[in-house]
Design a binder for this molecule. Structure first.
Ligand code: GAR
Length: 188
């Protein structure tokens, strides 16, 4: 039986696309749908191009969680991957999928995590703090932002001359390289 994974994404969706491309020839993993909290997020374009149905749920649906759990159960989803998903995951979802939800964070947690720390805010903070390294953290999701147990981290150097955009580029490269492999190792 292939493992059915739902992808959640709020914005561009480049990680979601990278994961779909990586597993496109692997019939042990299937990705029946993408869920977003933004109707105009670019991830929907990517989903259309790759023939993956994508759905948008409102902020209210996300804080309640029941409608999302219903859809996921209907589609017999086994696991959830947050690939650039920026809202808090509702308790209903965490309870329905215990230890089956993972997230990628674009920094070395526990540093630069928590509410409001997403996307470019993270890279701005890393540059402002004069860090000499950054990286990615892949972790289980629990009811607190960025606090679930860590599955994997990878690092990149940050130079004093690096802008937040330059840090973002290095971090994205790590995400594309490692996120699909970590999913494969974890659930393969
Ligand atoms: C990624 O860098 C991901 O790590 C980050 O959002 C970006 C989404 O890019 N996630 C968070 O900040 C979660 N706190 P993408 O939409 O191009 O994949």
């Amino acid at each position: 039986m292939p493992l059915k994974i739902a992808l959640f994404a709020s914005g561009s969706g480049s990680n979601a696309e990278n994961i779909l491309q990586y597993f496109s020839q692997n019939d042990k993993f299937i990705f029946p749908l993408i869920i977003s909290n933004k109707a105009n997020a670019f991830v929907h374009e990517r989903a259309r191009k790759l023939n993956v149905p994508s759905y948008t749920f409102s902020r209210e649906d996300f804080s309640d969680g029941e409608a999302i759990v219903r859809l996921l159960k209907q589609q017999q989803i086994d696991c959830i991957v947050l690939a650039g998903f920026l809202l808090k995951v509702p308790l209903a979802l965490i309870n329905a999928y215990p230890n089956k939800i993972i997230n990628i964070h674009p920094a070395l947690l526990p540093k630069f995590g928590g509410k409001g720390m997403y996307g470019h805010h993270v890279h701005d903070a890393v540059a402002a703090a004069g860090e000499t390294e950054s990286g990615i953290t892949i972790h289980y999701v629990n009811s607190n932002y960025d606090e679930g147990s860590i599955i994997f981290q990878a690092k990149c150097p940050v130079l004093p001359t690096d802008t937040p955009d330059m840090i973002a580029e290095k971090v994205h490269a790590l995400e594309y390289e490692y996120f699909p492999k970590v999913i494969e190792d974890l659930w393969g």
